[in-house]
Design a protein around this ligand. Structure first.
Ligand code: AMP
Ligand code: GLY
Length: 447
């Protein structure tokens, strides 16, 4: 019997809870910021509180005598929840505040890559001086990404040609990041704009070594055809061979090498990384580049990979906490997966809140074993109410992406309420576009 603490209450954490609950002899204790009905059902006990209040989380864990902890949201790492739990001798699958700096300080991440000559780093400048930022934007011909160095809940990055019209607007935004202290670290990172297809590589890391998970592609924009506002991610897919249709094994290995070098660099810097490392990459015509690192599972990406995990997640998490990966355990089923988030009408700008939804769980389960993960939803007197963010995720599996997509889409029809989702995620049509985009870039660069 092992007593495991889970921190967080989104769809990602429901998938983590589900993977833990599959492990033999795992008793789950969940500390959440809202009453996630899926996590509540899987837990021996649960509490609702401030997941960033390290002392409260650690105290609650102590009274429940937890031995192992897994943590979902990035903000908890920055606030030192892991450090506090480790003081109480809990084995934590999650980086210390110092190691998680790879996510919460983008200037640190880029300087670490530069200093250690790690491949895949775009040209960049991290500065607290608007004049210097403007000069660098000119040097890059105005084609840039502007990033507050600190955490902004995924909403701080702006790119020319997307959220920024041109170099002049990029300069104004860089100056605003500094003067309004967006991200709260007093600095901005200016980067060369990369062109390509994005993908996610998540890995189990034990301080020295790592084991990669199947690759995933997320879809950040709210509307079909990659239109509309940026979101936390509307849905994602993975393929049965654990690669992606536009990406080769060689490129996956490049990304793995970059992650390995980064883990070594953190150890060398005195901040060994233990936990889940998430690499957001861009496949470009000139090789694989790093967009950013996160110190946790992705949301939605966790929901693609965790249901495929054949090993014992509680055992893996305990092993990582001890600084030792249980290598035999890191097997994933050779299945494709498609995850789609149902979100409130008006999301992300003016989402509806407090409206009821109905979920026919039996019909979803009968549909080739589709999974349902609850996110921003509350259960009150047997009724489900949406709280205003990504509400419910559905995940289908199949022998190929098309089959998984069909199952997911059918499952979506068993959820009713004032919600919408992106029907195009995982469809053959959208995937063909991704492949054509990559081919065109490769031809342009080669020719
Ligand atoms: P981040 O918060 O760093 O993941 O950035 C959010 C989004 O901005 C990414 O998913 C990319 O689509 C885009 N982005 C970030 N950095 C760059 C870059 N150097 N070039 C082009 N797009 C970028
Ligand atoms: N899906 C993007 C993230 O979790 O950061």
């Amino acid at each position: 019997m092992v007593r495991v603490l889970l921190v967080g209450s989104g769809g990602r954490e429901h998938a983590m809870a589900d993977a833990l609950a599959r492990a033999d002899g795992c008793e789950l204790y969940s500390f959440m910021s809202a009453r996630n009905p899926g996590i509540m059902r899987l837990s021996e006990e649960w509490a609702v509180g401030d997941i960033c209040d390290a002392v409260s989380v650690a105290k609650w864990a102590q009274t429940r005598k937890v031995e192992v902890a897994v943590i979902g949201p990035d903000a908890a790492f920055e606030k030192g929840v892991v450090d506090e739990l480790e003081k109480n001798e809990v084995l934590v699958c999650g980086p210390s505040r110092a190691a998680a700096r790879i996510e919460w300080d983008k200037s640190f991440a880029r300087e670490l890559m530069r200093k250690n000559k790690i491949a895949g780093c775009p040209k960049f400048l991290a500065t607290g001086d608007a004049r210097e930022a403007a000069d660098f934007i000119d040097e890059l011909g105005g084609a840039v990404a502007i990033k507050p160095a600190g955490l902004t809940g995924g909403k701080g990055v702006k790119v020319t040609g997307k959220q920024l019209r041109d170099g002049e607007e990029a300069k104004r935004y860089a100056a605003e990041v500094i003067s309004a202290n967006i991200g709260k670290l007093g600095s901005v990172v200016v980067e060369e704009k990369l062109e390509g297809e994005e993908f996610t590589l998540q890995a189990f890391v034990d301080g020295r070594g790592l084991a990669g998970m199947p690759l995933v592609q997320d879809h950040k924009l709210a509307l079909e055809g990659d239109k509309g506002a940026n979101t936390g991610g509307m849905g994602s897919y993975s393929d049965a061979n654990h690669l992606l249709p536009f990406l080769s094994e060689r490129e996956r290995d490049e990304a793995l090498d970059i992650m390995r070098s980064t883990v070594s660099a953190l150890a060398k810097a005195g901040a060994p990384y233990r936990g889940i490392l998430y690499g957001q990459f861009m496949a470009t015509a000139r090789g694989v580049k790093v967009i950013e690192f996160n110190s946790r599972f992705g949301d939605p990406e966790a929901m693609n990979v965790l249901p495929l995990l054949e090993g014992d997640f509680a055992g893996i998490a305990a092993g990582i906490g001890e600084g030792r990966l249980a290598r035999g355990e890191m097997r994933f089923a050779q299945k494709a997966s498609v995850c789609k988030y149902l979100v409130p009408e008006g999301y992300p700008e003016k989402p509806l809140k407090g409206e009821p939804i109905e979920v026919n769980e039996d019909a979803i389960g009968r549909n080739g074993g589709c999974r349902i993960f609850y996110a921003s939803v509350d259960e009150r007197e047997g009724k489900l109410l949406m709280l205003g963010s990504r509400t419910v995720a559905l995940v289908g599996q199949g022998d190929n992406i098309e089959e998984a997509e069909r199952r997911t889409e059918r499952a979506c029809s068993h959820v009713t309420g004032k919600l919408f989702h992106r029907r195009d995620i995982g469809t053959a049509e959208l995937i063909k576009k991704r492949i054509a985009h990559m081919d065109a870039l490769r031809r342009k660069d080669g020719g």
